[in-house]
Design a protein around this ligand. Structure first.
Ligand SMILES: N[C@@H](CCC(=O)N[C@@H](CS)C(=O)NCC(=O)O)C(=O)O
Length: 245
């Protein structure tokens, strides 16, 4: 039996056979995804911006833990990209890979070291702080069916304040131009909005979100279904627990 690490490394270079998640490649590049997932939607938005035609393979969230899916991603998460047998997980790694490999230019992820470093900084802020705070609340309350937890809810506000301040001095997340950092954060902020956080309290984020949405071709089409699914799950949970605000 291969260790998880060996299996993980192996999964990066070859596509294992799978029944439930067919690896038959109809088009060149496949994305394993579910619309409710903000990281998946970030990849779909980036692909549109870059001009990459993705074949979307629908994966139920619960199926991420199956043995079949483990062969595709030992981390048991979507999104996963399959580019001609090269498997890649982690949405922000996928965004930068697509831009570097298929971008007509480097405008979304500049090769300039410092410009790129600021984008990476915003990726880490998103993944580790802003989106993580939202996920912690969502997982605890909605997925684990617990009553509203004010302390967890409030952990979203600090990172939002920080991001709001950043956008007070910068038109976009990583400077004056729209980049992949905006794509990643747009997906996260749309989820935070969907769980009822009032973004009008963060006026710079509110206007940045409008501005950034306009930069993404078919933004509504890509995101509306997933955002509605988050809202619906949240509504069902709220109906049960009716948190006092
Ligand atoms: N840091 C990862 C997060 C991916 C992630 O958490 N995906 C969720 C869906 S939003 C998932 O696959 N969950 C599967 C599960 O919970 O079993 C990324 O950005 O790609």
């Amino acid at each position: 039996m291969l260790s998880l690490t060996k299996q993980f490394l192996r999964s990066q270079i070859q596509v294992p056979p799978s029944a439930a998640f067919s690896t038959e490649v109809k088009r060149h590049i496949t994305l394993y995804q579910h619309p409710i997932s903000p990281p998946c939607r970030a990849v779909i938005m980036a692909a549109k911006l870059i001009g990459v035609d993705l074949e979307l393979k629908h994966v139920q969230i619960k199926d991420c833990k199956t043995q079949e899916f483990l062969k595709i991603n030992p981390l048991k998460r979507i999104p996963v990209l399959n580019d001609g047998g090269f498997l890649l997980s982690e949405s922000r790694a996928i965004l930068t890979y697509l831009s570097d490999k298929y971008g007509k230019d480097d405008s979304l992820y500049p090769r300039d070291l410092q410009a790129r470093a600021i984008i990476d900084q915003m990726f880490y802020f998103d993944m580790g702080t802003l989106y993580q705070a939202m996920v912690d609340y969502w997982n605890y309350c909605v997925l684990k069916d617990n009553p509203h937890d004010e302390q967890r809810y409030r952990r979203v506000f600090g990172p939002l304040n920080l991001f709001n301040e950043t956008l007070g001095v910068s038109k976009f997340a990583a400077g004056p131009k729209f980049t992949l950092a905006d794509v990643s954060l747009l997906a996260s902020v749309s989820a935070i909005d969907a769980i009822g956080v009032d973004l009008t309290k963060y006026p710079n984020i509110h206007s940045w979100s409008d501005r950034s949405q306009k930069m993404v071709p078919n933004y509504e089409e890509i995101n509306s279904k997933g955002v509605e699914q988050i809202k619906e799950k949240f509504r069902v949970w709220e109906d049960k627990f009716r948190p006092k605000k």
